[in-house]
Ligand binder design. Structure first.
Ligand code: GDP
Length: 473
């Protein structure tokens, strides 16, 4: 469990990845950071230098033995990441030197930092709110442009500014109603009920929009779960290769060769898709294939997007329709791909009207949202259109206003709870419940909203959040 009683200590940790590199950075934070460094760094008196300056010199141990020649950066409180005195020692990036330096600083009075402790201190000292601190971890973990954008916008305030504002308006009403309570039986009304109702309705609208954005936020952060499914030999592996533009999945003429699932990462305009190629859906003919089929249905159920691929030269629209019925679940998007369009042109090309006709038959009765596309995976025709469809499904227009996208499941849960309490407030106003119940529901909503930004926090909550960071962050 995280310990909150020793936050006055000066802490030290490696800020760069463990292992050897060109440069390693050892970071100290706390009121002894400068004096401790001064003891081992003789080039200059660091107490006397200006904040935000860098100094070159030798670091020596107690026996005056040189550990390294290093650059020491000085950040004086409150102008640092943690708002405490911070020293960053850029040393040669050997494991040995980094280890020796950290041990030396610990002997001189620093202690090893815990997970996320630098960022925890930044939060506790008012450098950032809790959702911004969490965004620091997201930013470091971001692997695509959109995930990076999202974390960056959250780190700069994101939707938490909006929440703080609405929350403070709500606090005003809560205290007015609590004041009315003090007057007991007297018939006074300090809080205008209509205005309160308006405000709560406004907050509810905003929360609902934020909750809706979570699917996108989550997709951006973790990659959009996308499954390629269809009968054996439909051309799924070929299509996967065409999308990835390389020969990764195994393509073969024997039905059912892609027996296990293959996951590949596809990046479209900065959004990451986790593409899963599955064994074909078909009545299982042998044991291994049966496992594959089961896995297909499992994977499909978990996916946000299903790309259903069928061979339009061998499969009838009715058969394809039946496959889709088996695969479709309520909250996914479907792209129906009629593959092997090139074979038509060799024999007798159907008109695009005929093609539309067939695709219409295939998608008849489908209640899930879908789009359709006829292409040739082998000749790589219409692959860019397919990519555009994939992108539009996830990000159409929304990525531009990414400051109001929720990507953190803790925030999502807090928003859901706040919404419940606010619904109770609206219902209470409707039926005119007593002031003490009304005040209680408002307080609940305030607590949940405050948990997002950290205006309300407990040691448990903070411990949970920061213990998932790594040491040095
Ligand atoms: P999977 O079982 O669904 O993964 O199918 P594969 O990708 O292994 O393809 C099965 C066979 O169909 C292979 O011989 C492919 O070369 C062929 N194929 C795939 N896509 C096309 C296409 O668009 N046109 C033609 N003519 N053949 C294709």
């Amino acid at each position: 469990m995280y310990n909150f009683i020793d936050l006055q200590d000066t802490i030290v940790a490696l800020a760069t990845p463990a292992g050897s590199g060109a440069i390693g950075i050892v970071r100290l934070s706390g009121n002894q950071a400068i004096s401790i460094t001064n003891e081992v760094f003789q080039a200059k008196d660091l107490q006397q230098v200006d904040s935000h300056t860098i100094h070159l010199g030798y670091i020596r141990d107690e026996q005056n033995k040189i550990i390294d020649q290093a650059l020491v950066s000085v950040f004086k409180n409150p102008h640092s990441y943690t708002k405490e005195d911070v020293i960053e020692v850029s040393c040669h990036g050997s494991r040995y030197i980094q280890q020796q330096l950290i041990e030396l600083f610990i002997r001189k009075g620093a202690r090893m930092a815990r997970e996320g402790e630098f960022t925890l201190r930044a939060f506790l000292n008012g450098q950032m709110d809790l959702s911004q601190a969490e965004a620091v971890a997201d930013l470091i973990a971001a692997e695509s442009e959109s995930a990076h954008q999202l974390a960056l916008s959250q780190m700069r305030g994101g939707f938490s500014d909006q929440i703080k504002e609405l929350r403070s308006e709500l606090i005003h009403f809560a205290s007015m109603i609590e004041l009315e309570l003090d007057f007991g039986e007297e018939d006074v009304e300090f809080a205008n009920r209509e205005k309160l109702q308006e405000l709560v309705q406004q907050i509810v609208r905003i929360i609902k929009r934020l909750l809706d954005s979570f699917q996108l936020g989550n997709a951006i952060k973790h990659g959009v779960h996308t499954v390629l499914a269809g009968r054996p030999n439909a051309g799924k592996s070929t299509l996967l290769n065409a999308l990835l533009n390389e020969e990764r999945a195994i393509v073969s003429d024997i039905a059912g060769t892609t027996r296990d699932t293959i996951e590949e990462i596809l990046n479209i305009q900065g959004v990451q898709y986790r593409l899963i190629d599955t064994a074909g859906i078909r009545e299982a003919t042998d044991q291994i294939e049966a496992i594959g089929v089961e896995k297909t249905l499992e994977q499909v159920a978990k996916s946000a997007i299903l790309i259903y691929v069928y061979d339009q030269t061998t499969l009838s629209p009715l058969e394809a329709q039946a496959d889709l019925q088996k695969l479709a679940t309520a909250d996914m998007n479907i792209i129906v791909v009629a593959n092997k369009a090139d074979l038509h042109s060799q024999n007798q090309a159907p008109s695009s009207l005929e093609e539309n006709d067939t695709l219409e038959k295939v998608t008849q009765n489908l209640t899930t949202p879908y789009t359709t596309l006829s292409l040739s995976a082998k000749d790589k025709t219409q692959i860019d259109q397919l990519k555009q469809l994939l992108f539009d499904l996830v990000a159409s227009g929304q990525l531009q206003q990414d400051s109001s996208i929720v990507s953190n499941s803790r925030h999502y849960e807090a928003l859901q709870s706040a919404l419940q309490s606010l619904d109770a407030v609206l219902e209470g106003l409707e039926i005119g419940i007593s002031n003490d119940f009304l005040a209680m529901d408002i307080r609940h909503a305030l607590n949940y909203l405050g948990e997002i930004t950290g205006e309300i926090s407990t040691d448990d909550l903070l411990g949970n959040i920061f213990s998932s960071f790594c040491i040095g962050k």
